[in-house]
Design a protein around this ligand. Structure first.
Ligand SMILES: Cc1ncc(COP(=O)(O)O)c(C=O)c1O
Length: 443
């Protein structure tokens, strides 16, 4: 019989079609993790790798936390699964209530999904259906942003702004338009925190309103800080302007907080950090510390209430997933929220953020580094691309960091860092030292 937990090198790597990976390259030179604890992975060849990216922006409380493990084990032995379609079990009700209390304003309702992608597609569908139930069914247009990442569902890639994620998949959702991204190296390179230049880019939404007419636009979706395209921090005043333009025209504002949620910026959520409250908000990743997949959409009272009309025996929103509010995910989320609270991890991220900022900006001046940007416990280090080989320099950096015992993430030629919030100053020093050594040596 096969071992239940596989931690040695498998006989063959062929069958698993890896996501977002150069499969042939990886399989010829694999990087396999066998176990993890706290700030570190251990590889199958028994090397320690410092986790500079919280896995994939998700293990905010550090790896293999006992409390989360125990919660999942107990839940699995008590109630493995119960439907949430026309049935229920207590866990998602209790979790939704707890989450709603953490959120500002009247973001008081929670729709559960199993990933960021599902949360995004759920949010877009709720936005469209909301306008329809209110009798404004002409509002069908969705606005995203260039360099936005909203997962890989058809909704998410349609509003997303990354060409390789879109180009192979046909015509996508009709009627989608995009705001320009806010990244500008000429104006904002090496800014610490939010750049001063660029708030006016939000006014492009007015241009789209003039072009399409507000009566056709349902919602705008943005990541408050764009993560996956290389840590793009919003200019000062930008999100505020988007909010006021949306208000002026009855357009819903959706924040995709799949990365920024659960402490990444040193507050519970980016909405707290920036003081801008969206109408809908998507989360995933840190909600369960990534121990069990889960995503969620937070919805304002007025939106939820708009659906709660008509015949009481009619399903108000024909949407949902078999595993919406899965018992194991709810248990993992409750234990994760306990840890965030007990250890004050959001405040911890906040109090470490200036040390983090100084540390990452100390890499300025190293070969190929053309920008460094940061906010909370996240940073992007942009390298000059080798002509006609975009991404290869950063990939080389990733491989060498891994060989030297550091996990980083890349987007094109940008190195992205987003460590677990349990990080100590000594780990920050190690990250910067290891990365600096690799950068000094990079072709
Ligand atoms: C902002 C944002 N939205 C959505 C997603 C998709 O999440 P998932 O990979 O869980 O589907 C991601 C993933 O990185 C993300 O960063």
């Amino acid at each position: 019989m096969q071992d239940l937990v596989t931690s040695s090198i498998p006989d063959s790597l062929d069958a698993f079609w890896m996501p977002f990976t150069a499969n042939r390259q990886f399989k010829s030179q694999p990087r396999l993790m066998a176990s993890a604890k706290g700030m570190y992975y251990t590889t199958v060849d028994d090397r320690q790798v410092l986790d500079g990216t919280a896995g994939l922006w998700c293990v905010n409380a550090g790896h293999c936390r006992e409390k989360i493990i125990a919660a999942i084990q107990t839940q699995a032995a008590t109630l493995d699964f119960a439907p949430t379609f026309q049935m229920g079990h207590p866990a998602p009700f209790a979790l939704a209530d707890r989450l709603a209390k953490m959120l500002p304003g009247d973001l008081n309702h929670v729709f559960f999904a199993n990933s960021g992608s599902e949360a995004v597609d759920s949010a877009l569908k709720i936005a469209l259906a909301y306008h329809r139930v209110r009798g404004e069914g002409s509002r069908t247009r969705l606005i995203g942003r260039e360099r936005g990442y909203h997962g890989v569902g058809f909704g998410g890639i349609s509003v997303g702004g990354i060409a390789p994620n879109r180009k192979s998949f046909g015509s996508l959702l009709p009627g989608v338009d995009h705001l320009p991204h806010t990244h500008n190296l000429e104006r904002n390179a090496f800014t610490r925190g939010q750049p001063q230049w660029g708030a006016h880019l939000a006014d492009e939404l007015e241009r789209l309103v003039t072009l399409h007419d507000a009566s056709t636009i349902a919602a705008v979706i943005v990541e408050p800080v764009a993560g996956s395209t290389g840590v793009l921090v919003p200019p000062q005043g930008y999100l505020e302007r988007l909010r006021s333009i949306c208000d002026r025209h009855g357009i819903l504002l959706i924040f995709d907080e799949v990365i920024t949620g659960f402490g990444r910026l040193g507050k519970g959520f980016a909405t707290d950090y920036f003081g801008v409250i969206p109408d809908l908000m998507t989360v995933a990743k840190g909600i369960t510390n990534a121990a069990v997949p889960m995503g969620a959409v937070f919805v304002r009272d007025g939106i939820y209430d708009a659906f709660m009309h008509g015949a009481e025996n009619a399903i108000e929103l024909s949407h949902g997933y078999t595993y919406s509010g899965h018992p194991l995910a709810c248990a993992a989320a409750q234990a994760t929220l306990d840890i965030y609270e007990e250890e004050g991890l959001f405040d911890r991220a906040n109090s470490l953020s200036s040390y983090w900022e100084d540390a990452v900006h100390s890499l300025e001046g190293l070969p190929h580094v053309i920008d460094i940007r940061n906010l909370g416990l996240v940073a992007g280090i942009e390298l000059e691309s080798i002509p006609n080989q975009v991404g290869s320099r950063a990939y080389d950096c990733l491989v060498r960091c891994f060989e030297n015992g550091l996990l980083v993430r890349t987007a094109g030629d940008i190195i992205a860092l987003s460590p677990p919030l349990i990080i100590e100053k000594q780990h920050i020093d190690q990250i910067v030292e290891m990365l600096g050594l690799v950068l000094k040596d990079l072709a």
